[in-house]
Write a protein that binds this ligand. Structure first.
Ligand code: F0G
Length: 462
């Protein structure tokens, strides 16, 4: 149900366009669905369609401006999102963004992982190095700023953990209240504890993520709360800047492949939108292929492409220890499909043991990430074996969350009981030599020295 009070305005140079029927709008109902066909909106910049509008955005001038802002101390310049504000829907005159200096994340070389995957050069863009330790902050700064501009007192999201942590932080920073709906017992303590400290009203519902989304969609039709799930197109605008920042770090030389985990599919859609826009504006000469990796137990998008040629997505009951991507009915699948198609990327799925192994391998490069992010390396290994990624190709993995986001997973892995009592128990035996469980010793020097000697001897045999 849409009512007149349920309107969110869009600033002039940016409009909303429905990805289903193409309807244009300057405001959306609180559920961010098209009133004509119920599909999702995307932000669209009419001026970019005209030669004069494109001339105003000269690639060389944009690149120089963005570089110059790196030495500025203005809040909108220290943000790694708003620094690229020419590509974002603008806030109204006199409004300032809610920012925690998000973005500005490192691009790491991953030599150990490159060797393991069979490519010459591999890098990881670590979005887990954001203020609340996941990529969600880059979208939250934009969408929360629009929520405050529109005068909302409450913001809300359904989440597998990271969105809630991020939303709660930006709401607190912007002096708004926040409502979090999370699946009971299915998110890590690391994420839940953040939402609590940032002061969110946190409800653990006896359902999964998809059930939380269903409930929240009804809540926003009844109460004036601003929806901060990734159906909100302003979130994706912020998230897209990670790709712009990446290309700047690569001196505007696109990699051959960008590999992204897929859950609700907002992030792959956002990064893909940025790639297409950068190409359209002449900021890059060619498109990287964007590939999406899902967990086998939460693979509705993989199935939609393999079994239904990308025309339909059949929701499923999702199950994976990579809880951040434990999603059976992804909202943004049509947007993600367009990106895969336009960039000629691939979709792939990986098993639970493959995810655990890849996570440890990313850790062994001194980087680390949460389980959902590790699907990227596990997926890359498969894409190399299939010949889709060539040894000489330049590849960038998008690591979406920090290693401390899910410490239970990591401890169980190293103690060797991550898969105890599951169907993966036998397969996981092969991971034993990657485990580094803590050793419990007597408090004397001999015990520690003996241990060191044992490890030295083992190392010398390798
Ligand atoms: N990686 C991490 C660490 C995530 O938290 C998520 C999603 C994804 C990948 C998948 O991104 O949904 O845009 O395809 N987390 C959500 C949440 C859904 O509620 O925090 P996506």
């Amino acid at each position: 149900m849409m009512t007149d009070r349920a309107l969110v305005k869009t600033p002039a140079p940016a409009r909303l366009r429905c990805i289903g029927c193409g309807a244009l709008a300057d405001q959306a109902a609180l559920d961010f669905r098209c009133p004509h066909c119920g599909d999702l909106f995307e932000v669209f910049f009419p001026a970019w369609q005209t030669p004069a509008g494109r001339r105003a955005l000269s690639p060389a001038a944009l690149k120089a401006t963005w570089l110059e802002r790196r030495t500025s101390e203005r809040p909108e310049d220290t943000s790694g999102v708003w620094r690229f504000r020419e590509l974002l829907p603008p806030l109204a005159e006199g409004q300032t963004p809610i920012t925690l200096r998000e973005g500005n994340t490192p691009l790491y070389e991953m030599p150990g992982c490159a060797r393991i995957a069979g490519v010459d050069f591999l890098q990881a863009k670590h979005q887990g190095m954001n203020p609340t330790s996941s990529f969600k902050d880059t979208g939250m700064t934009t969408a929360a700023s629009f929520a405050r501009q529109e005068g909302f007192r409450w913001v809300a999201c359904a989440s597998t953990g990271n969105t809630s942590a991020s939303m709660a932080a930006y709401a607190a920073r912007g002096r708004m209240r926040s409502l979090v709906l999370i699946p009971e017992g299915k998110i890590s303590w690391g994420k839940l504890s953040q939402a609590l400290d940032y002061g969110a009203v946190t409800c653990q519902l006896r359902t999964d993520f998809d059930g939380c989304v269903r409930v929240l969609n009804q809540v926003v039709c009844r109460m004036p709360v601003y929806l901060l799930n990734s159906v909100n197109p302003y979130r994706l605008e912020g998230q897209k800047t990670a790709a712009v920042e990446l290309l700047e770090q690569l001196n505007w030389e696109p990699p051959d492949h960008l590999i992204v985990p897929g859950g609700n599919l907002g992030n792959s859609s956002a990064l893909g939108k940025a790639l297409l826009e950068m190409k359209e504006l002449g900021l890059i000469a060619h498109l990287p292929r964007l590939s999406v990796i899902q967990a086998e137990g939460a693979n509705p998008f993989v199935r939609a492409l393999r079994e239904h040629a990308g025309k339909t997505l059949i929701p499923m009951q999702a199950e994976t220890r990579a809880t951040a991507i434990r999603i059976g009915n992804p909202a943004s699948w049509k947007k993600a499909f367009r990106v895969i198609h336009a960039t000629e990327g691939a979709v792939e799925q990986v098993g639970e043991v493959e995810i655990a192994q890849a996570k440890q391998e990313i850790g062994a490069d001194g980087v680390g990430c949460e389980p959902a992010s590790a699907v990227t390396l596990a997926g890359l290994k498969k894409l190399v074996k299939q010949g889709f990624v060539l040894r000489k190709d330049k590849v960038v993995l998008v690591l979406t969350g920090h290693v401390l986001k899910d410490p239970e997973f990591t401890l169980q892995f190293h103690r060797g009981d991550l898969f105890t009592g599951t169907q993966h128990e036998r397969e996981s035996a092969a991971l034993r030599n990657l485990q580094h469980a803590p050793l419990i010793l007597d408090a004397n020097v001999e015990a520690v020295v003996e241990t060191l000697k044992r490890f030295e001897q083992a190392d010398s045999l390798v």
